[in-house]
Design a binder for this molecule. Structure first.
Ligand SMILES: O=C(O)CCC(=O)C(=O)O
Length: 269
């Protein structure tokens, strides 16, 4: 699915934007699904997922919102079809390897004029894995220019390994050391998909435009890459999106495997 140039770009930079992975018609259909879902959900619960730390990014971020839903494939069958779409999973397999396993999905709608920013961070602190195979794919259902708060990345930062984060309403990096404004913007069109490593430093700015920014993010891993700790478990986690699970079982966190191993040793003695 990815060209040799795209793959080389990913390996050097820790991200790659794939243009027009979905057609404009498909993107428009998924956009409608997203907005219909958030309308249903917002009647039942608070759907704002703005990080506490985002509110500190300046006065403009004070009264902002990002509407969200985790595990979208449990709310609408359209999203079940999306996450096994071979254009998506094929590109993911080019990066991860032949077998691609679901970690979780989440929809974000940054409303017009007041869409919350995301402070700079790596995704790893949320769900560390032993082999760092985890990637995200942000699927854009409408255009995401800079003024809509498109994703921003620090190219090559996936090579820095796991960085220390501050936990404050979300894990984030020091805004002094990693200012959002200095990161590289990744403006996208409806139907484009941005793939990036969970080690790539990223964040996104405010949506100050007159239109919502609508995306679904899919986190995927190699099924042979065990979670280091039991964290961020989601409905549907472990579902195979492409290929097979060679281990034939759900991965147990490596931290618990050693404890379980020690316990089994004790039982045997
Ligand atoms: O969608 C965005 O703008 C950023 C999302 C993000 O950084 C995350 O979910 O880790």
């Amino acid at each position: 699915m990815l060209s040799a140039e795209q793959l080389a770009f990913y390996q050097d930079n820790g991200y790659v934007l794939v243009s027009a992975l979905l057609t404009p018609q498909e993107a428009a259909m998924y956009r409608r699904e997203c907005h219909a879902l958030i309308e249903r959900l917002s009647k039942l619960r608070d759907v704002d997922a703005t990080w506490g730390s985002a509110r500190e990014l300046g006065d403009d971020a004070a009264n902002t919102q990002v509407l969200h839903c985790h595990d979208v494939q449990f709310y609408s069958a359209a999203f079940s079809r999306l996450i096994v779409d071979e254009r998506l999973t094929g590109a993911a397999a080019d990066i991860i390897g032949p077998n691609v396993q679901l970690h979780h999905t989440k929809m974000f709608i940054k409303p017009a004029e007041k869409g919350s920013p995301f402070p700079m961070h790596q995704d790893r602190p949320y769900f560390p894995h032993d082999n760092d195979s985890m990637i995200a794919a942000i699927i854009h259902f409408d255009d995401a220019p800079l003024e809509k708060g498109c994703l921003r990345v620090v190219p090559g930062s996936h090579k820095l390994g796991a960085l220390p984060h501050v936990q404050k309403g979300g894990w984030h990096l020091s805004p002094e050391k990693y200012p959002l404004e200095s990161a590289t913007p990744c403006p996208a069109k409806a139907g484009d998909v941005l793939f990036f490593s969970y080690l790539t430093i990223h964040g996104s700015g405010l949506n100050t435009s007159s239109e919502a920014r609508t995306t679904v993010l899919v986190q995927m891993r190699d099924p042979l890459d065990p979670p280091t700790v039991r964290a961020h478990q989601s409905r549907g986690q472990g579902m195979m999106l492409q290929g097979i699970d060679p281990s034939c079982c759900t991965l147990q966190p490596s931290s618990e495997r050693s404890v379980a191993g020690a316990a089994m040793g004790m039982m045997g003695s």
